[in-house]
Design a protein around this ligand. Structure first.
Ligand code: GTP
Ligand code: ZN
Length: 326
């Protein structure tokens, strides 16, 4: 499985010292000691970065780094003025290798599946149980993106005061996806426990209660977004529509306003099963080219269910998810 499908040209931008013909009399420029920061928003060639001590620094990028080479969540090295004082501008000189990468799905505004979030280790799908009604097709597509990218998915079911979570819990629990259920005024300790010390991407359709959740998890988030508006003077919109917010308890939430789903066009059904080691093992004897779908003949997964080595409900859940892209 390609972990996040990271390509060389997506990042890997190291500013190397220029080769010199004369003997090295001086130290080569090295960024070993450059402060490392996390990219929290991207807006028209300006990168807002947060350093280890919490300072927000606005930065441009060194020319050797391509414009698409820096996305929210990236860990970067900064050069220049890193005080974060008003009017100062630092420069991103290096992007650390990514552990994971999610792409936003193509939409009207963008026909490419553009990389949008780097280094997340969890992806929380926020879905209302009613108003708006849940759409399992959307959940399935995002799950595919998460499993393929090596990012652990979590399902957050909001508005439990309006409808029962049972049906969705039954559909997704067999996949081993952790599920949290919320209702108004609820103590969110159980959600915080899952998010603490992780870098969790939040995705959900408009109206599902994502903002309500973020505000409850990180009080003062509204203020943080206002700062971004002040900075650009052009409102909240950012070209990648993602924003990393550090949680006081430790860890990061990466909100993705306006993102409907993540790109899965590169995922192939026959390789997707690799995201599930226990299922992959059962496909060892599948016919060559088996896609492991419901109409696949002699699929090892069906055999495993017949022989009691695999839970039928798990296979059903897996195949429903697989239909999202096959
Ligand atoms: N009944 C009920 N309503 C909720 C719950 N959580 C949020 N809401 C309401 O649902 C509406 C949408 O909530 P938001 O938090 O704005 O939803 P959102 O997903 O951020 O939507 P956008 O801001 O449009 O992106 C608001 O009127 C909330 O008060 C819940 O658990 N139960
Ligand atoms: Zn098979």
């Amino acid at each position: 499985m390609a972990h996040g499908g990271i390509h060389e040209d997506d990042h890997a931008a190291f500013e190397r010292p220029r080769k010199r013909s004369r003997p090295r009399t001086k130290e080569r420029p090295s960024y070993d000691d450059a402060p490392i920061a996390r990219v929290v928003t991207v807006d028209r060639g300006r990168y807002r970065c947060q350093t280890a001590d919490g300072t927000h620094v606005t930065a441009t990028r060194a020319r050797v780094i391509s414009r698409k080479g820096i996305i929210v969540g990236d860990s970067v090295k900064l050069d220049g003025d890193t005080t974060g004082h008003e009017g100062t501008l630092a420069r991103i000189v290096e992007v650390e290798p990514r552990t994971t990468m999610l792409r936003r799905s193509a939409d009207d505004a963008d026909t490419f599946e553009r990389p949008i979030v780097a280094n997340a280790d969890q992806l929380m799908i926020v879905t209302a149980l009613a108003d708006p009604p849940p759409r399992t097709g959307m959940i399935d597509r995002i799950l595919v993106a998460a499993f393929d990218a090596g990012v652990a998915p979590i399902l957050c079911l909001t508005k439990a005061d309006l409808a029962s979570p049972d049906e969705l819990v039954n559909a997704y629990e067999p996949l081993g996806v952790p599920i949290v259920v919320t209702r108004p005024g609820m103590d969110l300790t159980h959600v915080l426990d899952i998010l603490r010390d992780h870098r969790t991407v939040l995705v959900g359709h408009s109206g599902v209660g994502k903002s309500t959740l973020v505000n409850a998890l990180v009080p003062g988030t509204g203020r943080a977004t206002a700062q971004v508006s002040d900075l650009t003077g052009k409102g909240r919109h950012t070209s990648t529509s993602a924003m990393a917010i550090e949680m006081p308890q430790g860890g990061w939430i990466i909100d993705t306003p306006g993102v409907r789903s993540f790109g899965i066009s590169h995922v192939r059904p026959e390789s997707f099963v690799a995201a599930f080691p226990d299922l992959a093992e059962l496909t060892a004897d599948c016919p060559r080219g088996c896609k492991h779908t419901t109409d696949s003949i002699d699929c090892g997964l069906d055999k495993a269910v017949e022989e009691g080595r695999l839970d039928r409900s798990r296979l059903t859940s897996f195949r429903r998810m697989e239909r999202a892209f096959s």
